[in-house]
Ligand binder design. Structure first.
Ligand code: SAM
Length: 254
């Protein structure tokens, strides 16, 4: 049986890239208890180790300690689970648990990264230490969602940025799209080209939407402003809806 089929049924663990580079990598953190007590894994059992950037290996457990599990790498493994397009969601900062919901759903749908956007109508204002603690919580949501849906890459959740900063850093050749409920002539369907552009940035406004000046700023930087149809979608619906449409066209959905 090809190892990829065997590996597809094995338990998977994300480890750091440093550990992944070792011949005898360690599984640490909450996965130790989960592997030993819940999954009842022990020495001699095979697992798949992933570094979160797409690299994976089949490994055998050698020893289970109190706070780490020692493994021995057996061979590289193609974990799959990643779409053939990179989609980045630039998401206007939303209230309460909405950001977590958006990160979780977009991770399942195959997003490559999420850039929280400090937009002019964002009610949420993060400052100082709250930025770091929120970002690490969001990154944990992306990790847990990646584990659950068996992705091999963990989408990066960036620190919140201003529109100007995001626009300046869009790589050449990437397609950028901003859904705006005021757009009447161009639909998302019209803005998507015939062939896979490789990288797409989608800008979604917060609960109150984008200000006209933000739409103009994006448009003058080459971002395509589109309509998502006659109904106003909530901010937590718009990103996952765009992702699903794009992943259906060029990705691996459906
Ligand atoms: N300001 C709007 C209002 O109060 O009527 C609502 C903004 S909507 C909740 C949040 C974001 O979702 C918008 O900024 C836009 O990016 C996107 N969006 C929602 N529905 C849309 C539609 N029908 N067409 C284009 N964009 C839409």
């Amino acid at each position: 049986m090809p190892i990829s089929i065997v590996g597809d049924t094995m338990n998977r663990f994300f480890i750091t890239s440093d550990q992944f580079n070792n011949e005898r990598p360690l599984i640490t953190g909450t996965d130790v208890k989960h592997a030993a007590r819940v999954l009842r894994l022990g020495p001699g059992d095979s697992v798949v180790l992933l570094d979160g950037t797409g690299r994976a290996a089949v490994a055998v457990i050698e020893q289970i300690g109190k706070d780490h599990i020692t493994c021995r790498k057996v061979n590289d493994f193609n974990p799959g689970g990643e779409p053939p397009i990179d989609v980045f969601l630039v998401q206007g900062l939303a209230k309460g648990e909405k950001m977590e919901y958006i990160i979780q759903k977009c991770t399942e749908l195959g997003v490559s990264g999420i850039i929280p956007l400090v937009s002019r109508r964002s009610v949420v204002r993060l400052e100082g230490e709250r930025i770091a603690s929120r970002q690490s919580r969001w990154q944990r949501v992306a990790l847990e969602a990646s584990k659950q849906c068996r992705r091999s890459r963990i989408p990066e959740v960036f620190t919140p940025r201003e529109m100007e900063d995001v626009l300046r850093n869009i790589p050449p050749g990437a397609l950028s799209i901003l859904p705006w409920e005021g757009e009447r002539s161009t639909s998302l369907k019209d803005a998507l080209p015939g062939t896979n552009p490789g990288k797409i940035y989608i800008f979604v406004g917060p609960e109150g939407g984008f200000e006209d000046s933000e739409v103009e700023e994006a448009q003058s930087s080459g971002v395509a402003v589109v309509s998502l149809g006659p109904r106003i979608l909530r901010t937590e619906t718009a990103g996952p809806a765009c992702l699903a449409i794009i992943m259906h066209k060029w990705g691996d959905l459906g």
